[in-house]
Write a protein that binds this ligand. Structure first.
Ligand code: DGL
Length: 274
């Protein structure tokens, strides 16, 4: 009779990615709505998503969403461009809670470029998707868009090798065609890439504008919470909890490093969902 029920607006918000990349988005969310309780899931055991088929990605997204919805979350953020492209439509068909996704920042880049040439760094899956083709159709018509799939870069970031020689070599290799075409604006079209923003700047030069969508996703989430009238009424900073299915011995250390402080992390072999 006296069962404790969490009021619907005090339930947590879930944020997930193929791995640790979505932490770059989580930081923007926590900064914008610090009173919202957050749960982050890193599906690192199955990263990268970039070379998986859309069906394989959808299957992972369903498992993660089921796990999170079982924890009574009030909204879901797909902090992954690749998963959004492959699965956002089917997720919205299956679940009724608000779901916020993301896409490479082609629109703001097209507005920011001075010479009309933009570069897009993303995963193979994102660049091959129908959603990305539609994005180019809508916003890339009046600019030259140079795309580059960054195979292997997500793995470097998953290992926490942000400044390693091999990471820098990959970034140099992938930025070269963009620079050769004269891109003055580069879209970081994967949530892992903001973690190597400094290295990218070092390679492409400070005058090249780098754009990611973390802040825009946080704003969109806040808008959806308001629209649904499910914003938290808490007046203090809420907890942020992390789940990872990585079995790396330094998985917790990498998450804390990327989060920028001590993090509350549960390392669990696939969150009991396989
Ligand atoms: N962080 C992801 C993205 O935004 C996916 C990277 C991957 O797993 O390939 O696209």
């Amino acid at each position: 009779m006296n069962a404790k029920i969490t009021p619907s607006n005090e339930r947590p918000i879930a944020v997930f990615d193929s791995g640790v990349g979505g932490i770059s988005v989580l930081k923007h969310i926590h900064a914008l709505v610090p009173n919202e309780q957050l749960i982050y899931v890193a599906d690192s055991k199955h990263a990268p998503y970039g070379n998986k088929t859309p069906l394989e990605i959808q299957e992972r997204c369903f498992k993660i969403a089921d796990f999170l919805i079982a924890q009574d979350v009030k909204a879901l953020v797909v902090a992954c461009n690749t998963a959004t492209a492959a699965a956002i439509d089917v997720l919205r068909l299956r679940y009724t809670l608000p779901i916020v996704g993301m896409e490479p920042a082609v629109k703001p880049a097209a507005a920011a470029t001075k010479n009309g040439i933009i570069g897009v760094l993303a995963t193979t899956g994102t660049l091959k998707s129908a959603q990305f083709a539609a994005l180019l159709e809508s916003y890339g018509r009046n600019v030259e868009v140079v795309t580059q799939a960054c195979v292997g870069l997500v793995e470097c970031i998953e290992r926490g090798e942000l400044n390693a020689k091999n990471t820098k070599a990959l970034i140099r290799q992938y930025c070269a065609p963009l620079l050769a075409e004269g891109a003055d604006t580069i879209v970081l079209g994967c949530t892992h890439y903001p973690f190597v923003r400094d290295v990218i700047t070092e390679i492409v030069g400070k005058e090249v504008i780098l754009i990611d969508t973390g802040a825009a996703v946080a704003c969109q989430l806040q808008y959806r919470l308001t629209e649904e009238a499910i914003q938290s009424k808490r007046n203090q900073t809420a907890s942020v909890r992390f789940w990872t299915n990585s079995d790396a011995i330094n998985a917790k250390q990498i998450i804390s490093q990327l989060w920028g402080g001590n993090a509350d992390i549960t390392q669990d072999n696939d969150f009991h969902i396989d």
